[in-house]
Design a protein around this ligand. Structure first.
Ligand SMILES: Nc1ncnc2c1ncn2[C@@H]1O[C@H](COP(=O)(O)OP(=O)(O)OP(=O)(O)O)[C@@H](O)[C@H]1O
Length: 277
């Protein structure tokens, strides 16, 4: 059975069916295997961090999870239903994807670009309803960009444009958010503010991150990709260990306790025995 509405999908029992699950997932691009045998379960309402060295397949996995790229083998299930069998409009109402280096159409005003996130909710020839206007304003406020709603997109700085694209994803009001390195181009204040807001969303989030401290601080669980396969998945303290981080990144990691917050942070040094740059 294919569900008819996001409400139907949201109504599935929280504890029995993962919000998103892959089984035996492989992806081949240009004859090269990029992902292989990925079994991943994302629980409803959790923030799952996706980490791994450059080129290990994080973006590719997010694109497959978003339905943008088809897997070569295996399945992606959204609330138990096959993602590939789902109608695109329903899929867009259920998941929002913000890719890594999207620039977005530059000849739009910021509010218009963020409004593209409302397209899956629009009625034919209906224009924007008040609810959509509210969602656009709220999404821009969530990324501290309310002041730019009527500014041309091409006048924004790199970090502001990144936040505008994230606002488009938020305006989509999908219960599942897939974010590829959302903190790229953001200053440290906006990185922390964004991650805090992502945590507070009460949505399911899969977020690719390079900053392992952000992953440790803001993610419920962390999945580590290595050479296109899942190396580890679990709570940050179980996964962000010196041994796993050495296997994944070829670096030496030391855990330290923050003198004020008491939280665990990571310090890194290069392993001189590794052939890494
Ligand atoms: N469209 C494509 N055509 C050819 N190769 C591709 C394509 N997309 C991705 N790849 C290759 O797949 C591999 C994984 O890329 P991907 O972007 O998923 O890695 P990543 O883990 O997100 O990397 P990064 O941390 O650098 O963003 C890389 O070797 C990349 O060159």
């Amino acid at each position: 059975m294919i569900f008819d509405s996001p409400a139907d999908l949201a109504a599935r029992p929280a504890d029995t069916i993962p919000h998103l699950a892959t089984h035996g997932l492989s992806c081949v691009i240009g004859g090269r295997t990029i992902l292989s045998g990925v079994d991943l379960e994302v629980r409803r309402g959790e923030v799952l961090g996706l980490i791994g060295a450059n080129g290990t397949g994080k973006s590719t996995l997010l694109r497959v999870l978003a339905g943008v790229r088809r897997p070569a083998a295996g399945s992606v299930r959204l609330a138990g239903e096959s993602l590939t069998a789902m109608r695109p409009r329903l899929r867009a109402r259920h998941l929002a994807f913000v890719a890594q280096e999207e620039t977005g159409p530059t000849d739009l005003l910021v509010g218009e670009m963020v409004g593209l996130g409302r397209v899956p909710h629009a009625r034919a020839w209906g224009g924007f309803e008040e609810r959509s206007r509210g969602a656009i304003r709220a999404a821009l406020d969530q990324v501290d960009l309310g002041y730019a709603i009527n500014q041309p997109l091409d006048r924004l700085s790199g970090g502001e444009r990144r936040r505008a694209l994230i606002a488009r994803g938020l305006a989509q009001e999908a219960p599942l958010l897939l974010l590829d390195e959302p903190t790229n181009h953001l200053d440290i204040g906006h990185q922390l503010a964004l991650m805090r807001r992502i945590r507070a969303l009460s949505r399911t989030v899969v977020v690719a991150l390079h900053d392992l401290d952000l992953a440790a601080t803001f993610c419920d669980r962390v999945a580590v990709l290595h050479d296109g396969a899942l190396l580890a998945c679990g709570e940050p303290d179980e996964v962000l260990t010196p041994s796993i981080l050495h296997d994944a990144f070829g670096v030496l990691a030391t855990r330290v306790t923050h003198p004020i917050t008491g939280r665990t942070h990571l310090l890194f040094s290069r392993d001189e025995r590794e052939p890494h740059p």
